[in-house]
Ligand binder design. Structure first.
Ligand code: GLU
Length: 431
């Protein structure tokens, strides 16, 4: 005879025993729960995504084969507004990862007080292996499979690792065709010519700089002349390196899948970018820096380290080699909880992803507002508003950290979870 399911146990797909990003997210919730007072009775809401969709994405390849890809969209929480969060195309995408990323979007959106819940999507695919036509067919089929789950008032995708403004253009177009009307606000991070926002492309990297600048001010550090290292030269790392450089910091090391570069006098990221765009320009043949073995990146002496690649990069083993005073999490989930504890023990402050990389979704929000009103702002205006939103969020989170004697991640989670769970409690359960 089958025993009755134990209702106090988590559903099987939420298995917290498997190490990985979702287990990390649950651990972070455990740490915040004692600080939530009365609202703690609602915390389990955050331990289960509200809605999880897994779809088959069949694609006709250029050589005639039909290949099936796994697609996901998870709406983690919708208590404060429609779902919001990117779509990732990467070979390591799986349900656990998308669930964690959606949970971090709930926290991030609430931490900077955007009127959104949290969501995330992804397809388990290596986009670099697809032709442009295959990538377009994959994107359109995935969007079609999401059906009515997305929409400007329901759930609004955006770029993430492996996706960009072109992918958003295909998503918007597919949605418009399937629904018989154009809704620019169904996705953000669109090309400027189709309702995208100025400043969106660099917003996540710029936000990393703003939050770091605020932290450095409180820690008695100077931006000008400080040594910065950046892991990842994609959507986030590339912009972060450029903004730090333009603000007078010295970018001494950069790492990407193409290689690891070091120059103690500073690398000009604009120059590196130009070099990589030239025919035959690679990381290995960049003339104005030395090529390092990948593993040496972490030990490069610096004041600020920006991990802007993938999750799980800073493990306890890596943490022991880090010499930075400040870590700015441009990526989502780059530091494991054990490594974070060690870093704090070493006197290194970690600016958590859910605050440090919130600049992207903040300008996504500006884009969505501009789409709703069909009135577009200047880039200067957008950057100034972004700066204000992030500096104010940083200031209040810094105070909570001081007051409660917790690290900045827990302080950000306290702020965000209080907002989400208060909304949850006020809305009540139906029926
Ligand atoms: N993918 C980005 C993130 O992880 C941006 C999400 C958005 O703009 O909705 O925050």
């Amino acid at each position: 005879m089958q025993s009755a399911p134990d209702s106090t146990r988590l559903p099987s797909y939420l298995n917290a025993d498997q190490p990985g990003p979702w287990a990390m997210f649950l651990q972070q919730l455990d740490r915040v729960e004692p600080h939530l007072g009365e609202l703690a009775r609602w915390t389990d809401t955050l331990r289960r995504p509200k809605r999880t969709l897994v779809v088959d994405v069949p694609v006709r390849m250029d050589d005639g084969r039909i290949v099936h890809f796994e697609g996901f969209r998870v709406q983690h929480n919708l208590s404060r507004g429609p779902g919001k969060g990117g779509v990732r195309f990467h070979p390591a995408v799986n349900l656990s990862e998308v669930m964690a990323l959606s949970g971090w979007m709930t926290i991030k959106n609430a931490a900077v007080n955007l009127p959104y819940g949290g969501a995330k999507g992804g397809v388990r695919v290596d986009p670099a292996q697809l032709t442009r036509g295959e990538l377009e067919r994959l994107t359109r089929r995935y969007t079609s499979e999401l059906g009515d789950l997305i929409g400007a008032e329901r759930d609004i995708p955006a770029p993430d690792v492996g996706t960009n403004d072109q992918v958003m253009a295909w998503m918007m177009d597919t949605y418009a065709i399937n629904h018989g009307s154009m809704q620019t606000g169904v996705v953000t991070g669109k090309p400027i010519t189709m309702g995208g926002s100025l400043g969106r492309r660099d917003a996540t990297g710029r936000g990393c700089y703003v939050v770091a600048r605020e932290a450095m001010r409180r820690l008695g550090m100077q931006v000008a002349g400080s040594r910065v290292t950046v892991q990842g030269f994609g959507n986030v790392g590339n912009a972060a390196a450029r903004v730090f450089h333009d603000e007078g910091a010295r970018v001494v090391a950069l790492q990407d899948v193409g290689g690891t570069l070091l120059n103690e006098a500073g690398i000009d990221p604009h120059d590196l970018l130009r070099h990589l765009r030239e025919a035959g320009g690679t990381w290995a043949n960049y003339p104005r820096a030395t090529l390092l073995p990948a593993d040496d990146f972490w030990a490069v002496p610096c004041e600020v380290l920006v991990p802007a690649a993938l999750e799980g990069q800073i493990t306890p083993e890596v943490a022991t080699r880090i010499r930075a005073r400040l870590i700015v999490e441009g990526a989502n989930g780059p530091t494991t909880p054990e490594a974070e504890d060690m870093l704090h023990g070493q006197g290194c402050t970690v600016l958590p992803d859910v605050l440090a990389n919130a600049g992207g979704v903040t300008v996504s929000y500006f884009e969505w507002v501009q789409n709703a009103t069909s009135f577009f702002w200047t880039e200067q205006d957008i950057n100034a508003r972004l700066d204000r939103v992030l500096s104010e969020a940083f200031d209040s989170i810094w105070h909570i950290a001081q007051e409660r004697r917790v690290n900045l991640r827990t302080a950000t989670f306290i702020t965000a979870c209080s907002r989400v769970l208060e909304a949850r409690a006020m809305r009540g359960l139906y029926p």
